[in-house]
Design a protein around this ligand. Structure first.
Ligand code: SF4
Length: 274
């Protein structure tokens, strides 16, 4: 029976992934390969160069030769905000990593996209095990236990709002459960997502709160308190020209991008029937 993996890989698996990834980059020649928002290309003598995809032809970049510089690069956005989800399409620009071989290439890629190349490798070999939303939710405890009660429709809407390429560059491989596939654009990129991540679980918890509200607290025109809160925040933003977007994982705040994407799916059709 072949092995499957979705947790921390063993040393052998990590080294096989490292070699496979370096070969894949080598095969592409000078063009290199795109992985998330990074272009990785061979630079001769077994060396590699990494840049942001939008800096392919840029000059005057900050050059680093230590692969661990990727840790700082991946930490904050262009605006200096912490990045809770490394696969969000908000990797900052302006840097170049010059790396002295496949090992350094893997170190840098793992800092930019944690577990990305191992999952990529296992997926290519058909050995990446996925964990459905329901299996993942069954393991949650404490304040996250309530995600077990999120409806299938809620999971579908949450995944469309939280996981599509506009907000996460991973290819979503997991499903609601073994019988219920996710009905969404799963993503075009190379990095597989085998299991709901902690950002998704946190978002699912918020969507479950919205669902409960809809059952208990709708007003005469069918709006929930949090829907009204979001509409008021949008009106205020438009009226003042000041849009104070919430941080990426601040789902309790009205002007959060994923929360707004969820409202587009669930509130906009209510406001504009047909
Ligand atoms: S669960 Fe969704 S948001 Fe999280 S890494 Fe996977 S695709 Fe991205």
């Amino acid at each position: 029976m072949s092995e499957t993996f979705h947790d921390v890989p063993g040393a052998t698996e990590a080294s096989a992934a490292r070699e496979a990834f370096a070969s894949w980059v080598d095969e592409a020649g000078g063009e290199g390969r795109v992985f998330g928002q990074v272009r990785a290309a061979g630079a001769g003598d077994g060396h590699y160069v990494l840049r942001h995809i939008e800096d392919t032809a840029a000059s005057g970049l900050d050059v680093h030769e230590d692969p661990r510089a990727a840790r700082e690069i991946s930490k904050t956005t262009e605006a200096g905000e912490y990045r809770p989800l490394k696969s969000s399409p908000n990797l900052r620009r302006g840097w170049e990593l010059r790396l002295a071989g496949a090992r350094d290439l893997a170190v840098a890629m793992n800092l930019l996209y944690p577990a990305g190349i191992v999952h990529w490798h296992l997926h290519r070999e058909g050995r990446l095990q996925t964990t459905s939303y329901r299996e993942n939710a069954a393991r949650q405890s404490g304040i996250y236990k309530r995600v077990q009660r999120l409806s299938d429709e809620g999971v579908q809407d949450a995944a469309r709002a939280c996981c599509e390429d506009a907000v996460c560059l991973k290819k979503t491989l997991w499903d609601v459960d073994s019988e219920t596939p996710l009905a969404m654009e799963r993503g075009e990129g190379e990095i597989p997502c085998p299991e709901p991540c902690s950002v998704f679980v946190s978002f699912a918890r918020r969507v479950r709160l919205f669902e409960r509200e809809k059952k208990r607290d709708l007003d005469a025109i069918g709006l929930s308190p949090s829907e009204k809160e979001d509409l008021a925040a949008l009106v205020e933003a438009a009226a003042t020209g000041h849009v104070g977007f919430a941080r990426e994982a601040e789902f309790e705040k009205p002007l959060n991008e994923r929360r707004m994407r969820y409202r587009r799916l669930t509130l906009a059709p209510k406001l504009r029937p047909g």
